[in-house]
Design a protein around this ligand. Structure first.
Ligand SMILES: Cc1cc2nc3c(=O)[nH]c(=O)nc-3n(C[C@H](O)[C@H](O)[C@H](O)COP(=O)(O)O)c2cc1C
Length: 338
């Protein structure tokens, strides 16, 4: 599919790794005239292949896959140890072991090989970029390449790889920031500012971060975006894999704000502000080390419905998230005029 055809689909369901993105959600997005990407993050390459096969069997088209870029190793092992000591009582209370804070590359090389062979229509990257040679391999296989950027500087750096599009992710976005580095904490650039910084770069921009209504969609398109990517707006979709605890938190009046924290995974991410985020404003950098360290606590807390010790990813617009089918949410976002 050409970039022109792909961008006819104005509203995209953002990739949401960790169980939220399901084949059913992506397929419903594509069927309803929008677009959705599979989230390859945290998954072995074989599982990504199986999801692509499933989508193809369902006749879903176009096919998009989002990949986590390789990460630098955690800079401060002593800080990880101190964090583990502080979390030990929480793990004890929940009856789980803390995980070993190991590093891995999320099977990056195997995923590139898989995607070159499978040739989906679009592959996007977050948390950094592939090498120029990897981006070129994909493009030569006929795959469009998209790079996530969170600042003007990242956008300029990304352009050196000649991407087919950029995803401009603003500070309001839910979940992990797509920043290319672990540090410093990403800025709080608004979507309007980020679009001003990127639309003149000469490549299509997909706007992300805080887009919750048809008016938000239109504002982003009017500001020069070619399409929009919405995550939080689909967290309560029937087809999303959002956990029961997460759904309960998103609809609860117990939460009044979101916060950008690295307490949960060692990488800056926006979540509902709970006790864990308040207690650990100085959590160490280190992704995926901290992710593996805290995984047991997060899973046990969600299972026990302990919303103060679960990671509850949410963008700033979470109060506007609607329940319903993905098609209904998509229709609401596209508005009557489109
Ligand atoms: C639960 C959740 C998981 C996410 N996982 C990913 C991911 O795997 N890859 C990615 O590029 N972005 C991920 N994001 C960010 C979204 O792709 C998107 O940029 C963001 O949701 C847009 O902002 P919004 O939440 O305000 O719509 C995630 C967001 C959420 C809420």
């Amino acid at each position: 599919m050409s970039i022109h055809e792909l961008l006819q689909r104005r509203v995209w369901v953002a990739p949401m790794a960790g169980g939220t993105t399901t084949v059913a959600l992506v397929s419903a997005a594509c069927e309803s005239g929008g677009f959705g990407l599979l989230a390859a993050g945290y998954k072995p390459a074989d599982e990504v292949r199986a999801q692509i096969d499933e989508l193809r069997e369902l006749g879903a088209h176009p096919i998009g896959v989002n990949v986590f870029a390789r990460q630098q190793a955690a800079p401060d092992a002593a800080a990880l140890d101190r964090y583990a000591e502080r979390l030990a009582p929480v793990a004890d209370r929940l009856g789980v072991e803390l995980g070993a804070p190991r590093h891995d590359d999320d099977e990056f090389d195997a995923k590139i090989d898989l995607l070159v062979a499978e040739r989906p229509d679009l592959v996007t990257f977050t948390f950094g970029m592939p090498s120029a040679a990897e981006a070129e391999r994909l493009q030569q296989a006929g795959v469009l390449v998209g790079l996530t950027v969170t600042s003007a500087e990242e956008a300029t750096a990304a352009m050196a790889l000649s991407p087919d599009l950029l995803i401009a992710q603003a500070s309001a976005a839910g979940g992990h920031r797509g920043s290319h580095r672990l540090d410093p904490k990403p800025g709080d650039e608004s979507l309007a500012q980020l679009l001003r910084d990127t639309v003149s770069l000469g490549v299509p921009i997909v706007a992300a971060g805080g887009i919750m209504t048809a008016t938000d969609v239109q504002d982003a398109l009017d500001a020069g975006a070619s399409a929009v990517s919405c995550g939080t707006a689909f967290l309560l979709a029937d087809e999303a894999g959002t956990s029961k605890a997460h759904r309960a938190a998103l609809t609860s009046s117990d939460f009044s704000s979101t916060v950008v924290t690295r307490a949960f995974t060692g990488r800056w991410a926006r979540a509902l502000e709970n006790e864990w985020a308040r207690a650990e404003t100085d959590a160490p950098a280190g992704y995926p080390e901290v992710h593996f360290l805290t995984k047991g606590i997060r899973g046990a807390a969600a299972a026990a419905h302990d919303l103060q010790w679960a990671h509850l990813w949410a963008g700033q617009g979470w109060k506007s998230a609607r329940q319903g089918s993905a098609a209904e949410i998509m229709t609401g976002l596209r508005g009557v005029a489109r």
